[in-house]
Design a protein around this ligand. Structure first.
Ligand code: SF4
Length: 363
């Protein structure tokens, strides 16, 4: 069974740091939902006998009605899914909305809290505030969710270690089952990047970012979270099943504009444009033929994919699968990788420069 990802590319406004594919034009919502239904009908054999996990990501899935999400789950045939996650914006998390999701089979929520400091949230263009985030967690509990994932961002301009420690304390006080954290990325084309170019904001020192990452990892480990992937921490039994399948190189199906799919050999993707996606699905629905862009991964590409994904995880890569053994040995000698039984994984120090290590191990 495969995992199914559904992309909901609508956002109320664009956050200043974000380069994901999404739009603030909601007029195409109904047409988009219809196109998704058409794509599900055309591709349902790809996740038979049933989807193991379903993940609604965005964009902001909670910009569409809870009933529409539940209808999509029914169309996918989500009855057998072990885990159904919806990304929810704290500002959208009303009790009735979350109850409808829960009753419709959603058993996990992922909320982009990002920071508990309102001035920092404003600076990056988030619309919610920290009080709303705290309320959203309480509401989710009331609606019956016992599997919550909260996101935090560090490395924000002007952020201090004291502020970051407060964020960590406050997220721990909410006791989510899962925490994802990201270091702010300065992506060209985003508003934040422009602000940097104009001298209005400054990136933090890399050393400070690394110290923030270490502080977070220490604190969360002390609080009983398992650091199971470079950016992800979970209480026992609450690893993200859906995302874990990406890291384990298990096939998945991506539905919606800009969504990618992978069957173990072929990677395919949908157009990153709403109009094109909608008209493509309408045509495919008429003709029964779904055209798509794809690439076939060769042996080297599959190896590279394996290294890129496995080294992000706590389990690491199987030693005998690593081809660039000299490089791996060098990193082991430097204390950046470590060997454990038949596997090699990054040490905490190695996680600071994981991208460089991975790049050096690719062929
Ligand atoms: S960060 Fe999330 S909510 Fe903000 S613009 Fe990007 S996809 Fe939308």
């Amino acid at each position: 069974m495969a995992g199914v990802y559904i992309h909901i590319p609508f956002c109320r406004s664009r956050c200043y740091y974000c380069d994901f594919y999404s739009t603030t034009a909601h007029s195409l919502q109904n047409a988009y939902l219809q196109a998704l239904a058409q794509e599900i009908a055309l591709r349902r054999n790809e996740w038979q006998p049933g989807a193991e996990t379903i993940y609604f990501g965005g964009g902001t899935p909670s910009r569409i009605e809870a009933g529409a999400i539940v209808r999509l789950i029914d169309l996918i045939g989500g009855g057998k899914a072990e885990e159904i996650t919806v990304e929810v914006n704290p500002g959208d998390a009303g009790l009735q909305y979350l109850q409808t999701l829960r009753q419709g089979g959603v058993n996990r929520l992922s909320m982009g809290v990002q920071s508990f400091h309102d001035e920092r949230l404003k600076m990056i263009g988030r619309r919610h505030n920290s009080a709303q985030a705290i309320r959203a967690v309480e509401t989710a509990r009331k609606a019956g969710f016992d599997n919550l994932s909260l996101d935090l961002i560090y490395g924000l301009p002007g952020q201090t270690m004291t502020e970051w420690e407060e964020d960590i304390d406050r997220i721990l006080a909410l006791a989510p089952e899962h925490i994802s954290t990201y270091c702010l990325q300065w992506e060209e084309g985003t508003k934040l990047f422009d602000m940097w170019q104009k001298g209005e904001v400054e990136p933090l020192d890399e050393e400070v970012e690394m110290a923030m990452y270490d502080r977070l990892t220490d604190q969360l480990k002390k609080a009983g979270y398992e650091h199971y992937e470079v950016s992800n921490y979970a209480k026992q039994g609450f690893r993200s099943k859906h995302n874990s399948s990406y890291w384990k190189d298990i096939p998945y199906v991506g539905l919606g504009a800009a969504a990618h799919s992978y069957d173990g050999v072929i990677r395919r993707w949908n157009p990153s444009d709403l109009d094109t996606y909608i008209s493509q699905m309408a045509e495919a629905s008429r003709t029964g033929v779904l055209k798509y862009d794809f690439e076939r991964l060769g042996d080297n590409e599959r190896y590279n994919e394996y290294i890129m994904l496995s080294l992000r995880t706590k389990e690491g890569a199987e030693t005998n699968k690593i081809r660039n053994t000299e490089v791996a040995e060098r990193y082991i000698a430097e204390g950046l990788l470590q060997r454990e039984k038949e596997r090699v994984r990054a040490t905490q120090k190695g996680l600071h420069i994981l991208n460089r290590i991975i790049e050096d191990l690719l062929i």
